[in-house]
Unconditional design. Structure first.
Length: 220
């Protein structure tokens, strides 16, 4: 479910054509309870059929300059589509890494749907600014290449894995080593996939795996 705030900028009596940009934050509530929140534009997993209260704090600016407005917006939405059955899952054997230590994490990726095929892209990412290094000996994975050709620099805080053998009843595992320095870093994972149907395709999707948190080493 994607949340955005569209705006049209203009002034009465003026012929100037303004480009209009929005920013801010949003919150979705159901039965008075917060379900999700984030920056605009943003999104969250589709929550299923029900009535939802969506509110936002929106900031509107124009280009060229001249319009600068901010304020709250509210809407009540009734969603009717059933929540889709998950087709893929990500699991991990540990939920904590420690500062000043190297931790081995085993990720398990499962495909539960008979639709689609066995291909997917798994990304495992630490905090770029922390100095964390994520590495693996799995030949299906690489640290992503960055920079203009012929640069050979790579992002050492992330690995990108191409999986091709996902089948219902046959999950795939990826083992990575996470080396955290003095600054703590969480580790997140995401899986992107598509659902081919002959020569056409549906939109596919992306799911988020469990977040591995970080603890500082205790000094005895």
């Amino acid at each position: 479910m994607t949340v955005s705030a569209a705006a049209t900028c203009g002034r009465v009596g003026e012929s100037v054509r303004y480009a209009c940009g929005t920013s801010g934050s949003w919150t979705v509530r159901r039965a008075g309870k917060n379900l999700a929140a984030g920056p605009l534009p943003g999104g969250t997993e589709y929550p299923g059929p029900a009535a939802y209260r969506v509110s936002g704090a929106v900031h509107v600016r124009s280009a060229p300059a001249g319009i600068d407005l901010s304020g709250p917006v509210h809407a009540t939405l009734t969603l009717v589509e059933p929540k889709p059955v998950p087709t893929h899952r990500i699991g991990v054997d540990r939920r904590v890494v420690r500062a000043n230590a190297t931790t081995t994490l085993t990720y398990t990726v499962s495909r539960d749907s008979e639709q689609g095929d066995g291909s997917a892209r798994l990304g495992i990412v630490g905090d770029e600014t922390s100095g964390v290094e994520v590495t693996t000996r799995d030949p299906r994975c690489i640290n992503p290449l960055v920079g203009r050709y012929p640069s050979t620099a790579r992002n050492m805080y992330a690995v990108d894995c191409t999986l091709t053998d996902l089948q219902p009843g046959h999950p795939s595992t990826v083992v990575v080593r996470v080396s955290v320095r003095k600054t703590c870093s969480t580790v997140v994972s995401k899986l992107g996939y598509w659902m081919p149907q002959g020569r056409g395709s549906t939109a596919g999707g992306m799911i988020t795996g469990p977040t591995v948190t970080c603890e500082r080493s205790r000094v005895l």
